[in-house]
Design a protein around this ligand. Structure first.
Ligand SMILES: Nc1ncnc2c1ncn2[C@@H]1O[C@H](COP(=O)(O)OP(=O)(O)O)[C@@H](O)[C@H]1O
Ligand SMILES: [Mg+2]
Length: 1028
């Protein structure tokens, strides 16, 4: 197995630390391991550990992209409670309990990498330590046990995210996290003194991330379930000619935001849908893996999607079973409209999520059913060709459309913009004039009111990603910082609401006639703040920010100490080596957990205001009183013992002690006390117990424990309150996202002279002074200007045939117009002086040629596949961009195929088409045909006669018969002699036929003479097709 070296390089320093830490782990845990009684860990195994009977994996190009999980014996529907899975026991000497537990988990979750929490560390054992330790750059140690040597490897708990990133994100692994749960006294006694229960708390897969730090904040993390009847697929395979394309049901969700969608589609459209959803993980039925017809699996494997095979939940579960995982209180998802396959996809995905979360219920938004006709359709080649989310050449974000237009100031706003541009079926370019215009209204509002725009930007920048925050809370996660982030976002939302209402009020006075106000108001009415504001105030009145910051400082220094400790003991083994380590650090190491210091320590990890609850105030008052008691006891003892340096202390080893520093006199007086037993004595200090302090100390400890318990209780109620406000907070977040995207478009419009497009239900396109965002930006960096171009498509000129020199700007022109249509329908301003567009239902873009040799497809094959897709699907409302179709084959074949494509688009699809070509024959063939117009770009030769020339990027009506390829070849640095030979050949060819063969010695070049001029330049070919 190979692992990308890239993902591991550049980590040397922290890897060194990890290695160091590992050695420390072993030293620290040696003692703990001894304490674990030898007992079977069957009690730690969950009844819902189900995806575990057996597993197989497939590797594609080094990284595993497919996991196969057999769950045949799986109960369908709700998981039965309390059915323990039998654990295989082995005869002979047993492993220590922790290791045995890990071994059991590795068997049960056979498709997962098992990370077992032991104290402050996560550990890998056995073959997984050997396999993944090196991949994670962790040292692999060997531990001797009664049952034999056990390889082990591990890292400190606070580095979990880093290692999950490598395992889940880079290696596409499923990871089972085994956590420690402290047992109550009874359970402890029963298990023979074992302090912790360890069980799998969650399985993390690429598609089921919740709040991991390595998640891309700017993109959704979708898990997608695809359902298709395997029998129909198989039948179709037999009877391919006659069968309709099989129906497919989809359900997809993002656990991190709670988005949940379903859609029905068909196998032919699936590739496009996949490209738009861009799922991180796909669930497919096991049965599909073994099918003869591999089309579905091949589609899913395209773009290297990660596939997990599972047994689908096909039982006829209705929406009722979904309710427990869906936010809608009372509101039932309208599942009656869903197809059986959509429901099956929904069942399967929810079931899978449930298993991965080991019973924790996610709170998803009610499923939204997407319909294809609601949105402009962009197929996957178009998304790629138009470089919407990444560049064609090197797949980078920089240079993409999204990068060029993104001026959002919040993460979730960026996600929404991405979705609108195509990345998600949910809100991609719209087909609704109403929707588009109301989005444009909002942008217009901000452009007309720069102050409002500015104020909103300032406020939006102050918000946090509340969608992902509330989702954390709904999983029972989320800490005090998250609460504060949420609270601040709610406060800012309130201010935004005020700002907008005030603006609206003042606006109304200026002009009541604006039709757009209505929509503005409806946006404002969607903000609901009553519940969230109460929540926000409660959070602010509860959490003590200063204490929290103090707490972070302590945690940071503890984590640093932990790593230092590990480094100190690097290359040393065994407990005794901890002796050289500072006492405080040693104590901490034994504490296991880097944080969560004993409450007896001087600093307390409390984070709440004293008056957060009546109980908490009472407890704090009590603690104050105890502190006073301690002070007076201390003074009294000082007087009684005549030892001014006496202090009352606590240490982990000795408990509550009196500590005296000083000379002979003080020590003598202490020694005189009959009742004390000297615990420790040195030249200058003495420590001893005083019963009063021991008792008072214990009471203090008890009080602190109670404070901590009360804080935990309050925290739990706050969490619950967040979840109660989930729907409002999500709705508010959606409004903020829309505002952010509108502000972004306004910012961009101001920066780059964009105009508001006019959308209508007609079929014409009229763009004046259109530009290409990214090409323009690139030229500007080099101090060059972009030449804008117009496009006018009417019934008289529905198809534009564009010729011109290489590098003349044909492709740029084609793409810029497609992009303008997309941007317009997302509700964004566009780079032009004027743009009027009849709604476009689908955009197709076939540009450039790219081999897909991996998928066994040559350049020409790719070209034809894409062309076929266009000719099959384009409608009169579609906008088709065809760039040099027929380029990947001989000129004759190229012309023939190009002509056929034009012919079909003209007669059958009747779409709006921009068709760029170097085959002038094509222009001859369509001359005079109504509805087809020819445009071209040019090269301007210098009048000086010095051979210099420039491109004219401005389009003009007409045909340019010269491709000026040799100029470009020269520009590209082709050797001068080669260019001269080429020029000679060209001259010869241009004079054919009927010319004698060129006087060239090189035989292969002769082949060029076969260039044919026999193709008719008669436009009757096109009209002939009409009757055909
Ligand atoms: N309208 C324009 N104004 C200025 N430069 C342009 C324009 N269109 C294209 N270019 C420049 O020409 C280069 C090649 O354009 P391209 O569209 O690929 O040409 P073609 O498809 O005709 O070979 C672009 O990368 C850009 O630098
Ligand atoms: Mg081109």
């Amino acid at each position: 197995m190979r692992i990308s070296q890239r993902c591991l390089s550049g980590r040397t320093s922290y890897i060194k630390r990890c290695n160091a830490t590992l050695v420390a782990t072993r030293a620290i845990h040696r003692k703990r391991d001894l304490a674990f009684a030898r007992s079977s860990c069957s009690h730690t195994l969950h009844q819902d550990a189900i995806f575990c009977k057996s597993g197989s994996t497939t590797w594609i190009r080094g990284a595993k992209t497919k996991t196969s999980v057999k769950i045949t014996p799986l109960h369908q529907g709700a998981l039965p409670q309390g059915t323990p899975v039998a654990v295989e026991r082995e005869d002979g000497p047993a492993y220590p309990a922790v290791i045995q537990g890990a071994r059991n988990n590795m068997k049960k979750f056979a498709h997962c990498v098992v990370l077992t929490r032991v104290g402050g560390f996560y550990e890998l054992y056995f073959e997984q330590a050997e396999e993944y330790g090196p991949l994670l750059n962790l040292k692999v140690g060997k531990k001797s046990t009664n049952a034999g040597i056990v390889p082990m490897s591990g890292f400190p708990f606070f580095q979990l995210d880093r290692f999950l990133k490598i395992l889940v994100q880079d290696l596409n692994k499923h990871v089972a996290i085994v956590e420690e749960f402290e047992k109550d006294a009874e359970a402890k006694a029963k298990s023979g003194g074992l302090q912790y229960d360890r069980r799998v708390s969650r399985i993390i897969t690429p598609g089921t991330l919740i709040d991991e730090n390595f998640m891309d904040p700017f993109e959704n993390n979708y898990l997608l379930s695809i359902q298709c009847d395997p029998e129909i697929l198989e039948q179709r395979n037999v009877d391919a000619e006659n069968s309709k394309t099989p129906e497919v049901g989809l359900a997809w969700l993002d656990l991190s935001s709670g988005d949940f969608f379903t859609q029905r589609t068909n196998l032919d459209a699936l590739g496009t849908v996949l490209a738009r959803i861009a799922p991180r993980e796909i669930l497919l039925d096991q049965a599909l893996q073994d099918l003869q017809d591999k089309r579905l699996t091949a589609l899913c494997r395209d773009d290297r999607h990660i596939i997990t095979y599972i047994t689908s939940v096909l039982s006829d579960l209705a929406s009722d079973n979904w309710l427990s995982m869906i936010e809608a209180q009372g509101e039932r998802p309208a599942v009656s409209n869903f197809s059986a396959l959509e429901i099956a996809a929904g069942n399967t995905i929810l079931h899978y999520v449930n298993t991965q979360l080991q019973g924790t219920k996610p709170r998803l938004q009610a499923p939204l059913q997407r319909r294809e006709d609601e949105f402009m359709a962009l197929d996957k080649n178009t998304i790629r060709a138009l470089e919407i989310r990444e560049t064609l050449r090197d797949g980078t974000f920089q240079g993409s459309l999204l990068h060029a237009v993104r001026r959002t100031v919040t993460k979730s706003g960026s996600r929404l913009l991405g979705q609108r541009l195509c990345l998600s079926q949910a809100v991609s370019p719209s087909m609704s004039l109403d929707e588009i215009n109301s989005r444009l209204d909002l942008v217009a509002e901000f452009l007309e009111n720069p102050d409002l725009h500015h104020n909103l930007l300032v406020l939006l920048r102050d918000t946090f990603d509340s969608l992902r925050l509330v989702q954390k809370f709904s999983f029972g996660r989320g800490d005090a910082d998250d609460l504060l982030g949420l609270s601040r976002t709610i406060q800012v939302t309130d201010k935004i609401s005020d700002t907008l209402w005030t603006h609206q009020a003042s606006g109304e006075q200026i002009s009541t006639a604006k039709p757009r106000w209505l929509k503005f108001e409806s946006l404002l009415h969607r903000l609901s703040l009553d519940g969230p504001m109460d929540l926000s105030l409660r959070i602010l009145n509860t959490i003590d920010e200063e204490k929290l910051m103090e707490q972070h400082r302590i945690e940071d220094s503890e984590a640093a100490e932990m790593v230092e400790l590990a480094e100190d003991v690097l290359n040393q083994e065994g407990e005794q080596h901890l002796k050289g380590v500072p006492k405080s650090v040693r104590a901490q190491a034994h504490n296991g957990n880097g944080i969560g210091k004993s409450v007896d320590a001087e600093s307390n990890n409390w984070i709440m205001q004293r008056n957060a609850s009546a109980m908490l105030s009472r407890l704090h008052r009590k603690l104050d009183a105890l502190k006073e008691e301690k002070d007076s006891l201390e003074s009294r003892l000082r007087i009684e013992l005549g030892a001014a340096s006496l202090t009352l202390r606590w240490t982990p080893k000795l408990g509550h002690i009196c500590h005296v520093k000083g000379g002979v006199k003080e020590r003598a007086s202490v020694a005189a006390l009959r009742s004390v037993r000297i615990l420790q004595s040195s030249k200058s200090t003495q420590s001893f117990h005083v019963p009063e302090w021991t008792q008072l100390g214990n009471r203090t400890e008890e009080a602190k424990h109670r404070i901590q318990a009360e804080e935990s209780r309050i925290f739990a109620t706050l969490r619950a309150e967040v979840v109660r406000n989930l729907i409002e907070i999500r709705r508010n977040a959606a409004v903020l996202d829309e505002l952010d995207v509108a502000c972004s478009s306004a910012t961009l419009a101001r920066e780059q002279r964009l105009v508001r497009p006019i959308l209508n239900a007609g079929m014409n396109v009229n763009i004046v002074g259109g530009r290409h965002h990214t090409v323009e930006a690139g030229l500007m960096k080099q101090g060059r200007n972009f030449t804008s171009n117009d496009l006018s498509m009417t019934d008289a000129e529905r198809i534009h045939l564009i010729t011109g020199p290489n590098m003349g700007g044909k492709s740029t022109f084609l793409r810029q117009n497609a992009l303008i249509c997309i941007l317009a329908q997302t509700g964004s301003y566009v780079p032009a002086e004027y743009a009027e567009i009849g709604l476009v239902d689908k955009i197709f873009s076939r540009v450039g040629s790219a081999d897909n040799l991996y998928a066994d497809q040559s350049t020409f094959m790719v070209e034809m596949l894409e062309t076929a897709e266009i000719l099959r699907s384009a409608t009169p409302r579609s906008f088709v961009v065809m760039d040099e179709v027929g380029r990947g084959t001989t000129p004759e074949d190229g012309v023939a195929v190009g002509f056929a494509a034009l012919h079909h688009l003209y007669h059958v699809n009747k779409s709006r088409v921009l068709f760029a070509t170097h085959f002038h024959t094509l222009t001859d063939m369509v001359q005079g045909v109504e509805g087809i117009a020819c445009y071209c770009t040019d090269v301007a030769e210098s009048r000086e006669g010095d051979g210099s020339w420039t491109f004219v990027h401005r389009l003009r009506r007409g045909v340019n018969r010269e491709s000026h390829a040799l100029k470009v070849a020269g520009l590209a640095g082709l050797p001068k002699e080669a260019v001269e030979v080429a020029a000679k050949v060209l001259r010869t060819l241009q004079n054919m036929p009927p010319l004698p063969p060129p006087n060239l010695p090189d035989p292969p070049l002769m082949a060029l003479r076969t260039r044919s001029h026999r193709l008719t330049s008669d436009s009757s070919l096109l009209s002939a097709g009409e009757s055909a």
